[in-house]
Design a protein around this ligand. Structure first.
Ligand code: F3S
Length: 744
């Protein structure tokens, strides 16, 4: 285990540390004294403190040291802006950025890409220059989808990676533990802070039997509800990329991650992607890369692959699963629009060489009978490498001959980047994709579109028939002369290209040798990007006579605190996006959203406007919140915005934990009423003193309330700050603390 094996072919000095992982595991094993499953082994081998860490699945918060971090271009903007504000010369852990989310599908790959490069130039220039400056690998627009690039280049068995995208678990297909997170977590790992994760419960899925015919790995995940770890003899029967498809879609059923133990199919994939040395090294560490005999799971699911049917999931939700044999009935019973308007294959979920080969086989079969796609058909290659390889090997030509449009190597319609023109908005219609998500409006912004997700095989079959009623296992089609025929099921392959992969165009930008002279490019007049300055440290005094910006009533999610939709274009510009701060929250005073009283002028205004007025007058403010304040996605903007607009404390009945931590990271005080009933004692027009000098681990802190009329009274507030988090508050933020420590 002493060898120096690089994590990938791009970075010469980042090595796989199986030795350290084995040592950590030994320490934990001696403490727990029980067999461990594979998910546990990876997590525990990456513990920051294997000796002292509390370990109870579903209860403890693990402090972990991931091997890598990856960001897509939409989430990378604010993550990097924050990292920059810490003033560190380079990232503390290996990191990559992937340009895949901002390319709109319109007329086909090359033109769409050129158009996106024009529209998003300032974002791409910023990311490219910041990556060069801070030692981050940069994958240019056109390189492919983050999860595919990670599988092809960065994933390795037993590793731990976090990525700022929900489908990051895709790399579980290569035995890596990969977890989707928010930008704040990515910043922690870039800055070298340990990363925190609640020790997950683990579900074992035991696969037996063998798949055949029209059934594909996608059907396993379309069927399973709740999967974290997959094992069993069945796992040897499908390819590494097939396992990746399963792990990718585990995100739809709420799994933290999904992963397969290391096996020979992964070795083959590593070898064909120029990483045979990693495969050999993984074989040496083999014991660490599978579950121990007798390992415990919180739940076990059994699936017999021999009896598994193709499934079609949707519409409007990925967990409404219907086996193909029952699907036609379901279409009738629910009155779903029968005609398939568009079939879409590819995306991060299903764009492997194997997927493309099987799909091309079915398309070719139809063309051999003189028929082509009846519906519109699009193909999204997952990476430039996939595109170049299927271009060389003929699948791409088959798709074009079949009537397909090949889109850019990017997310495209999967994330709603689709300028769809065949159906007017509002018209009910059906589309079938091999993607992973199908929430209302996700693909084309049309709430009446019924989007179904299934395997690429079924997408192509239904595209040929043009109907949701078609079942290729039982139904016949008519050839060009009107004779009936059945499609042949896709031929089995080992999933890998015989001639190896063709890398295609060079779309990677490595960090340069001389990074000191690189200038990060951000135009001072940009509306989409803004360089962040570090937040001011605490002034060391109690804060007195603060107005209450808003007393929120009822649900206040991160979406109420920092809305998405049109605001997303400002996610790299803190000042602009702050104009959405708390505009969705309900004001307890009047039951209205975005209408609060300015306690200095007496006028009503929008929440961000009033906050800006206080800030301009040098007045800090607080927010009063209800139960579970900040639940929802872990959006870091929801914590950055109140800090940016001059807030000091958020005082609630309770917090969603991730938001509470995010507020601490930004140097805010998340506080809770010791007695939740005290929430009712506060009037939106009261002034408050926050006795911040009392802040100490495990001790309450006083809130002195000054009602408009009447005597002042004290309310005790609780908090969950530990020693190092108190430093975050004192220094102004977690990043300021990192920067300070780095200077020492
Ligand atoms: Fe996500 Fe689809 Fe892209 S699932 S990474 S948006 S291809």
């Amino acid at each position: 285990l002493d060898r120096q094996v690089p994590q990938n072919i791009w970075e010469k000095s980042n090595f796989i540390n199986y030795k350290k992982m084995a040592e950590n595991l030994d320490i934990v094993r001696a403490r727990l004294n029980r067999p461990l499953n594979y998910a546990e082994k990876i997590l525990y081998s990456h513990l920051d403190d294997p000796h002292g860490q509390d370990i109870e699945r579903g209860v403890s918060y693990l402090k972990l040291r991931p091997d890598r971090v990856a960001c897509q271009d939409a989430t990378a903007q604010m993550a990097i802006m924050q990292f920059m504000s810490a003033g560190m010369p380079s990232v503390a852990n290996p990191a990559t950025v992937h340009c895949d989310h901002l390319i709109e599908a319109q007329v086909g790959g090359p033109k769409d890409l050129a158009r996106a490069i024009g529209i998003n130039k300032e974002v791409y220039d910023f990311l490219a220059s910041a990556c060069a400056k801070y030692n981050i690998g940069f994958w240019k627009p056109g390189s492919g989808i983050i999860h595919q690039i990670i599988l092809e280049n960065y994933a390795f068995p037993g590793g731990l990676l976090i990525g700022t995208d929900s489908h990051t678990p895709n790399a579980g297909g290569l035995g890596m533990c990969t977890i989707g997170v928010g930008g704040a977590d990515a910043v922690d790992v870039m800055a070298g802070l340990p990363w925190e994760l609640k020790a997950p419960k683990v579900i074992g899925v035991n696969l037996t039997g063998k798949m055949s015919g029209w059934t594909s790995p996608k059907d396993i995940i379309l069927k399973v509800a709740g999967i974290l770890t997959v094992k069993g003899p069945g796992t040897e029967t499908f390819s590494c990329t097939g396992m990746a498809t399963i792990c990718n879609m585990g995100a739809e059923i709420g799994a933290t991650t999904s992963l397969f133990p290391f096996n020979d199919r992964m070795y083959d994939y590593l070898a064909v992607t120029k990483r045979k040395n990693i495969g050999d090294f993984a074989r040496v560490y083999g014991n660490g890369l599978r579950a121990d005999e007798g390992a415990e799971y919180d739940q076990v699911i059994e699936i017999d692959l021999s009896t598994l049917e193709p499934h079609i999931n949707g519409p409007f939700t990925p967990d409404l699963a219907t086996p193909i044999s029952k699907f036609s009935e379901a279409v009738k019973a629910n009155n779903w629009p029968e005609e398939v308007k568009v079939g879409l294959i590819g995306s991060c979920t299903n764009s492997s060489y194997e997927d493309m080969t099987r799909a091309a086989h079915i398309a070719r079969d139809a063309m051999d009978h003189g028929i082509k796609a009846k519906a519109i058909f699009t193909v999204t290659p997952g990476s430039e490498q996939i595109r170049a390889t299927i271009s060389r090997d003929g699948q791409l030509e088959t798709f074009e001959e079949f009537g397909g449009m090949v889109l850019a190597n990017a997310c495209g319609p999967c994330i709603g980047q689709w300028d769809r023109t065949d159906v007017p908005k509002g018209t009910p219609n059906s589309i079938v994709s091999s993607y992973n998500r199908n929430f209302t409006g996700r693909n084309d912004g049309n709430p009446a579109t019924h989007a179904f997700v299934t395997s690429p095989d079924m997408v192509v079959a239904m595209t040929i028939a043009g109907s949701l009623h078609f079942n290729p296992l039982t139904d016949k089609l008519k050839d060009k002369d009107g004779n009936e025929f059945m499609l042949t099921p896709p031929a089995e392959t080992n999933g890998l290209p015989l001639l190896g992969y063709d890398p295609g165009e060079d779309t990677y930008q490595a960090p340069p040798e001389d990074r000191a002279s690189v200038q990060v490019q951000v135009s001072p007049t940009s509306e989409r990007l803004q360089v962040l300055s570090p937040f001011n440290p605490w002034n060391g005094k109690d804060a007195t006579d603060l107005p209450i910006l808003i007393k929120c009533q009822g649900k206040t999610t991160t979406d109420h605190i920092s809305m998405a939709g049109p605001w997303l274009k400002y996610r790299g510009h803190l000042d602009n996006i702050s104009n959405n701060m708390l505009i969705g929250a309900t004001n307890a005073e009047n039951g209205e959203a975005n209408k609060v009283k300015n306690q200095i002028t007496g006028e009503y205004g929008g929440v961000p406007d009033v906050a800006r007025d206080y800030k301009a007058k040098g007045v800090q403010w607080v927010v009063i919140g209800d139960w579970n304040y900040g639940e929802g996605s872990s959006r870091e903007h929801a914590a950055l915005e109140p800090r940016h607009l001059g807030g000091l404390a958020i005082i609630t009945r309770s917090f969603a934990r991730i938001h509470e931590t995010n507020l601490k990271k930004q140097g805010m005080l998340p506080l809770t009423f010791v007695d939740p009933a005290d929430y009712d004692k506060i009037n939106p027009s009261d002034r408050v003193d926050v006795m911040s000098t009392e802040l100490a681990v495990g001790k309450p802190l006083t809130l002195r309330v000054h009602p408009k009329d009447g005597a002042a009274f004290d309310i005790p507030l609780a908090h969950t700050f530990n020693e190092s988090q108190i430093d975050w508050f004192k220094n102004g933020s977690a990043l300021n603390t990192m920067a300070k420590n780095a200077q020492k």
